[in-house]
Design a protein around this ligand. Structure first.
Ligand code: MG
Ligand code: MG
Length: 251
């Protein structure tokens, strides 16, 4: 069942989203060659806690950290480690979740570590573009497939792979609520109604669609062909005034 959020729940979701955005603001500053993903996790955890929120990911199905850090060919769910040091030319997708007043904000962003290759730079720009194309469709009266189609069209234009096994999701009291949102058209005609909240999160690959889960840690998802992948995500509420992104800084 897809629940619709009350005014009070939306207020708390915006607060949670603001805290997630604060973390991303800091990540943008500190991501550079030489920093470990564990250090990034510590910084994120500190910001979430000092804002009296809970790191949503920590302990989720046993996940051992506050953020997911996925580098280059890693797509999602990378585990921060003091042994993983960022280097010039890497890209890193950082996924952040914060729970405030019982409501969740969920947002991922891909960052460049120093200067990246032109083709990877374009992958990142286009994946971000596909996110906003999807967000634009998050309007009452549209259907879920409108979001999926918008994302897919941007990816297809450039011939990028689209991750099939993971996608967007309803969000609110829980990080993962109904519905599941595909990043390619499956003809889902579920109606979008006002005050529904969905985390929209395209994952696009420079190569093919296929991904594999690490046998070593059971978490890290990587492209099968080893080519880079980018990930951008916002939590978005459909309102009568248009799409409301909760995971950005409040003025
Ligand atoms: Mg996320
Ligand atoms: Mg998500």
């Amino acid at each position: 069942m897809i629940n619709r959020k009350s005014r009070d729940e939306i207020k708390r979701m915006r607060h949670a989203g603001h805290i997630v955005a604060l973390v991303h603001q800091k990540m943008k500053e500190v991501v550079e060659p030489g920093i470990s993903t564990k250090e990034l996790d510590n910084i994120a955890m500190h910001i979430i806690k000092e804002n009296r929120a809970i790191p949503t990911f920590l302990g989720y199905s046993g996940f051992p950290a506050s953020i997911c850090t996925s580098i280059n060919e890693q797509v999602v769910h990378g585990i921060p480690s003091e042994d993983v040091i960022l280097k010039e030319g890497d890209i890193i997708a950082i996924d952040v979740g914060a729970t405030y007043g019982g409501m969740v904000g969920d947002s991922a962003w891909s960052y460049r570590v120093g200067k990246v290759s032109d083709e990877v730079d374009k992958l990142m720009k286009v994946t971000e573009e596909s996110l906003y194309a999807g967000i634009e469709q998050m309007r009452p009266g549209n259907v879920l497939d409108d979001i999926s189609k918008a994302i897919e069209a941007v990816a297809n234009r450039e011939g990028y792979g689209i991750v099939r096994q993971y996608g967007g999701h309803g969000v609110g009291h829980e990080m993962h609520e109904d519905p599941f949102l595909f990043n390619y058209s499956v003809g889902d005609n579920t109606l979008i109604k006002s005050n529904m909240a969905i985390a929209i999160e395209p994952m696009l690959n420079l190569g093919g669609d296929d991904v594999v889960v690490s046998k070593e840690d059971g978490w890290t998802v990587s492209t099968k062909d080893g080519k880079p992948s980018a990930h951008f995500e916002h939590t978005v509420i459909a309102t009568d005034d248009g799409p409301l992104i909760t995971t950005k800084l409040m003025n």
